[in-house]
Design a protein around this ligand. Structure first.
Ligand code: GLC
Length: 565
């Protein structure tokens, strides 16, 4: 049987037609003046989200947490972090979103918990049924059980003086990995998932979910892997069984969507999760297109970063869009809370700030898949310049810089400055720029992380007031997507694969054909295809006057046009 025949995915569904907006609560909107964003602050902005036209909100973790990794270290899955508000506040947010037909998906972080979670506290005391809830190993205190490295830098093991054993943590030492082999762990997780679904949510974004199953015996990893050990915890032996079990016992009973974060996953591998009987997922965040500007050894290597090649980028995107398109539903994104700002990374946040931000938006919202917009992207928020490590909050940036010091690769921050300013996750976490008011209207008090000082020019209020702004371009693209099934379900055909400046493709559904032409460069570029058309129509452009025809002409820097052929 071919893969197409075993597809589980419905042909049409609300989550394929949706545009998702991601909120990082700590940085979104502070309603009570403590410098930290909160849930009532989000509720105040539901009208804003509705005016943008988005269909789903993905809320990053709001659960009780000691915040070593800003909420991705959960202390209690069923309560809300005090700083963010109460469960009643959360319920009010859900109601406010649903009242405007916006759905809500929550972050599901179950590869690990916080070390302050009750399960870990009991586990470290070898308390009865919890003894085996985490991944514990014997060994002398100066020699970890294997050579695995943590994603955030340093070894993936920490010795616990209470239990006199090592525990595994693929992320920070405050985020111990749960032992998914233990069926009690899985039962607890399923109960928690059902508890949230019964509260009326519309699905989950599943954090680092391809890491939950580890190779038997936890063998050493190859030293030449980018992250030593990755081969033994990514897509481990029981991953599909575990995910299928979760699906069958919880999600299958609800009209809920799932999007699984899967770092280090090839496109065919990602597609395997979307096949019937293999895991019950709807779509996958795969990161292949996000590696184009990493050096050959991945992110956070000192000698190479930042250069990327459009032809390579097109090839990777086309792999996901093209050949596998019948089986694979893509999650479309270029930014999120872990990544630099998209206009700084893939556009030009100087001379062509507006044009390039609009071009990137056009790309994200005209591909096949479900688009994800990260807060602030809709009016072109940019990276900041960090002058010292003191300005950084992000546990990953700090861990990576410490590792560079420890391995003797650097002697001063200056030597890592370029790297930090390229990759730091804090670029995405600076407060949302609502207006020109002090602290960008995010808070009345000192914000938990410095506001980007370009907020006087780049902010939501200014963008809303200007009909030609990046914000209104997003709004128009979202409208277009809602109106035209071709943008959602149409096939994708790449034109000019070898062109170094132009990215052009055709979306086709039944009789309708749309052509998207993007000049992804700061130089003019000649578009020449031989497509024969008499009456083309510009549906949307990021330049004031893009002619309906001729199609074959010089495209201006970062010009982005959607045509109906
Ligand atoms: C995911 C999250 C990231 C977090 C990590 C550990 O990659 O997106 O923010 O630090 O998982 O939970």
């Amino acid at each position: 049987m071919s893969r197409v025949e075993v597809l589980k995915q419905p042909d049409e569904s609300w989550w394929k037609e949706a545009v998702v907006y991601q909120i990082y609560p700590r940085s979104f909107n502070d309603s009570d003046g403590d410098g930290v964003g909160d849930i009532p602050g989000i509720t105040e902005k539901v009208e804003y989200l509705d005016s943008l036209g988005v269909d789903v909100v993905w809320l990053c973790p709001v659960y009780d947490s000691p915040n070593h990794d800003n909420g991705y270290d959960i202390r209690d899955y069923r309560s809300i972090l005090d700083e963010f508000g109460t469960m009643a506040d959360w319920e009010a947010l859900l109601d406010a979103l649903h009242a405007r037909d916006i759905r809500l998906i929550m972050d599901l972080v179950v590869n690990h918990t916080s070390n302050e979670h009750d399960w870990f506290q009991r586990s470290r005391q070898r308390d009865g049924e919890y003894e085996d809830y985490y991944i514990w190993r014997d060994g002398s205190p100066d020699e970890p059980p294997n050579n695995w490295e943590s994603v955030f830098g340093g070894p993936a093991w920490t010795y616990d003086d209470d239990r006199k054993q090592w525990y595994l943590h693929l992320f920070d030492e405050n985020q111990p990995d749960l032992n998914w082999r233990n069926s009690d762990v899985r039962e607890d997780i399923k109960e928690m998932i059902t508890w949230w679904l019964d509260k009326g949510i519309d699905g989950f974004r599943m954090d680092a979910i391809n890491f939950i199953s580890k190779t038997d015996g936890l063998p050493d990893g190859d030293l030449d892997e980018q992250l030593v050990g990755h081969q033994h915890y990514a897509h481990g032996p029981h991953i599909h069984d575990y995910l299928q079990e979760i699906y069958d016992d919880t999600l299958a009973n609800y009209d809920a969507m799932t999007v699984a974060e899967m770092g280090g996953t090839s496109i065919p591998q990602a597609a395997e999760y979307l096949v019937e009987g293999q895991s019950g997922l709807d779509m996958v965040f795969q990161f292949n297109h996000m590696s184009v500007d990493e050096g050959s050894d991945g992110q956070w290597t000192l000698d190479e970063w930042g250069e990327w090649d459009l032809t390579e980028f097109k090839e990777i995107v086309t792999d996901a869009q093209g050949e596998l398109a019948t089986t694979f539903w893509d999650a479309l994104f270029l930014g999120n809370h872990d990544l630099p700002r998209i206009v700084s990374r893939f556009g030009d946040d100087g001379a062509y700030h507006e044009e390039s931000a609009k071009l990137i938006a056009t790309f994200l919202l005209t591909l096949r898949g479900t688009p994800y917009i990260y807060q602030g992207e809709e009016f072109g928020m940019t990276n900041v310049e960090f002058d010292s490590l003191n300005q950084i909050d992000d546990v990953m940036t700090i861990g990576k810089v410490e590792e560079l010091f420890e391995t003797g690769s650097i002697d001063s921050f200056e030597e890592a400055r370029g790297l930090v300013n390229y990759w730091s996750r804090d670029h995405a976490r600076t407060p949302m720029q609502w207006s020109d008011a002090p602290n960008a209207g995010f808070t009345d008090r000192e914000p938990w992380l410095e506001v980007n000082d370009n907020y006087h020019d780049i902010n939501a209020e200014t963008a809303l007031a200007d009909e030609d702004s990046i914000w209104h371009h997003y709004r128009s693209l979202i409208d277009l997507r809602h109106e035209m099934d071709t943008l959602v379900y149409g096939t994708y055909e790449l034109l000019l694969p070898d062109h170094e400046q132009l990215y052009a493709y055709i979306r086709t559904l039944d009789e309708e054909q749309l052509l998207v032409v993007l000049n992804w460069s700061d130089e003019p570029a000649m578009f020449r295809t031989g497509i024969e058309t008499n009456d083309t129509e510009v549906l949307l452009s990021n330049y004031e006057s893009s002619p309906d025809s001729p199609l074959e002409r010089e495209f201006r820097p970062y010009e982005a046009v959607v045509y109906r052929l």
